[in-house]
Design a protein around this ligand. Sequence first.
Ligand code: HPA
Ligand code: ZN
Length: 341
Amino acid sequence: MRDFIAGLPKAELHLHIEGTLEPELMFSLAQRNNIKLPYESVEDIRRAYEFSDLQSFLDIYYQGAAVLVNERDFHDLTFAYFEKLQRQNVRHVEMFFDPQTHTGRGIEFDTVIKGIQSALDEAQQRFGISSVLIMCFLRHLSAEAAMETLAQATPFRHLIDGVGLDSGELGNPPEKFIEVFTRAHEQGYHCVAHAGEEGPAEYIWQALKQLKVERIDHGVRCDEDPALVSYLREERIPLTVCPLSNTALKVYSNMAEHNIVKLLDEGLLVNINSDDPAYFGGHLNDNYLAVQRAFNLDEAVLVQLARHSFEGSFLRDSEKRIHLKEIDDYLQRLSAPPLDN
Ligand code: HPA
Ligand code: ZN
């Protein structure tokens, strides 16, 4: 199963670039930029990754991001992630970045986006992995700050495909950001939002109806509202589910408790993602494998999840068809008898 998953063409639709910062790189960037970390060693950092909920993770995650200062740092972080993707047969990525995490520390918006973008271009050229960028607003900050961030993005509009909403969910409902999402729609951005990770089903409704998002990030708490589950099924709204993230942040006490297979069985367009792989103990294929093991899934279900990853993406229909055909070709190669020459 590990090999089957490794070879399966797939897309990643829920990935925070700041969440790919491995302790080794955090350490070396801290040295390069003369930043004192509150850790003595890489092992020390790893030991701190014991989370009780979303906020306990976010505190450490924002602290770690402080080692990112120069354009080159953002490039190196992003390129290191693509080197990992290439080995997992990930063909397309829709990547979140959090400009406010950096502009709030005095880093220029253009430093962040230029560093990330140069790595996306290099990954496309060297590995043939396509990508799009989604700019997330930090929901624990004000609606005015989100609006200011949208304005800062204007010169880079051609590099940014979508906007999203992340950070501490409880107490920061989607409706707080109606104006900025309305403006983003007017400017032609794709719109997505984290909802129903720790927050209630009502936040998913708000994201859909008030922010008019086309995709929900996490969304696992939809199962508390049968009318919402029906709506998600009928409207074919993708849910970007992150299994290892959910168990690391105690949304579920262990993988066997996770509802991803139940949601799939209900006919929802769920797919598997890694969220913040450096912090949650695994990259994309580790997430597939963890779910496969917990539910003893067969290949057909894994294929369905991989198909959903392309179907739920921002890719054009013609591009989706090419990737879905890659999956079919992969299955055909596996079932074909070996050539004996
Ligand atoms: N939820 C909210 N904010 C985040 C996450 C998440 O899973 N990862 C990084 N920022
Ligand atoms: Zn996330």
